[in-house]
Design a protein around this ligand. Structure first.
Ligand code: SAM
Length: 287
């Protein structure tokens, strides 16, 4: 039994541990302990197909940490994290708490449809004494009306105030049949002016062809999990922001979005072409 197996919490009855889950595999990529043997075995197989998956996941997590801090610095005090996953090393509510000025309050809503993510998020929030200002909605992010009227969202989010809406490494699980641009349009419409939309996406359009094929094989491996995946190019991702202007430096590779030199990730440079990220802000209505 390896260390991860010893530390992983017992699987609650409704959590499927016979099939690998994207949430738990991602936790394993990040070095977390909320994963089971089936996830690690499958994770090792996909790592064989795409050896840069761990640096890419860590680079993605470091980007999310920088975005959360930037949003707090910009005065945003509400966060909704769609496809939040298992709360792993450096999650949103910890970042928010660390970045907030003394005496100020912020709120966080995590949204994920997987049992394991929901169960562990609730446990983590309780352990962190954060349930008063952070919560979990276990729903499919494609059901926008249900999420926006969920009692946890109503408790924690004032739709009249700016929100930082995060979709970190999740849109590649939303296929074209689900019309992701329309889904995001519904969220953008609901958000108040001054809100941010932050999203990151796995990609291979800026990678050398051999490496690009490697990622394509990695993404097709996910077809056998409960979360099949899709690759998108830079130009396919830009429309997700609608008419909201992208904040500097635009839609860029993960290490290039406002680097702060705070983290050193081994092989981050090699993983650079495999992810795009960007943040856009909702403009105020014209008078
Ligand atoms: C690769 S993980 C990323 C987790 C987290 N955002 C991060 O960057 O660390 C993707 C997560 O999205 C969740 N997910 C995928 N499709 C979803 C959907 N339609 N609705 C809600 N959650 C979804 C999965 O359960 C998984 O936890």
């Amino acid at each position: 039994m390896n260390q991860g197996e010893e530390l992983a919490p017992p699987a609650p009855a409704r959590v499927d541990v016979d099939r690998p889950s994207a949430a738990r595999m991602y936790d394993w990529y990040l070095g977390g302990t909320h994963n089971y043997a089936v996830d690690r075995e499958f994770g090792k197989q996909v790592e064989g197909l795409f050896p840069l998956i761990k640096p890419l996941a860590r680079s993605n997590r470091a980007w999310m940490n920088r975005v959360v801090r930037a949003a707090v610095d910009a005065g945003i005090r509400q966060f909704i994290d769609l496809g939040s996953g298992v709360p792993s090393v450096g999650n949103v509510h910890s970042d928010v708490r660390n970045a907030l000025p003394e005496g100020e309050r912020a709120t966080v809503v995590y949204v994920d449809y997987e049992d394991v993510a929901a169960v562990h998020a609730r446990i983590t929030l309780e352990q962190d004494g954060a349930t008063g200002w952070a919560g979990l909605v276990q729903r499919d992010l494609r059901d926008v009306p249900a999420i926006l009227t969920d009692p946890e969202v109503e408790r924690l989010i004032d739709p009249g105030q700016p929100v930082c809406l995060l979709l970190v490494a999740v849109l590649h699980f939303i296929g074209p049949a689900d019309r992701p641009a329309d889904l995001l349009g519904q969220y953008r419409e609901w958000l108040a002016p001054g809100s941010w939309l932050a999203l990151s996406h796995i990609a291979h359009d800026d990678a050398p062809p051999e490496a690009g094929d490697m990622v394509a094989r990695f993404v097709s491996a996910y077809q056998s999990t409960s979360n099949p995946g899709w690759l998108r190019s830079h130009d396919e991702i830009v429309p997700f922001f609608g008419d909201w202007p992208l904040l500097e430096p635009g839609l860029v590779h993960l290490p290039d979005w406002r680097p702060d030199g705070a983290t050193t990730i081994e092989k981050e440079d090699q993983a650079r072409p495999f992810g795009w990220c960007g943040v856009a802000a909702k403009p105020s209505p014209r008078p």
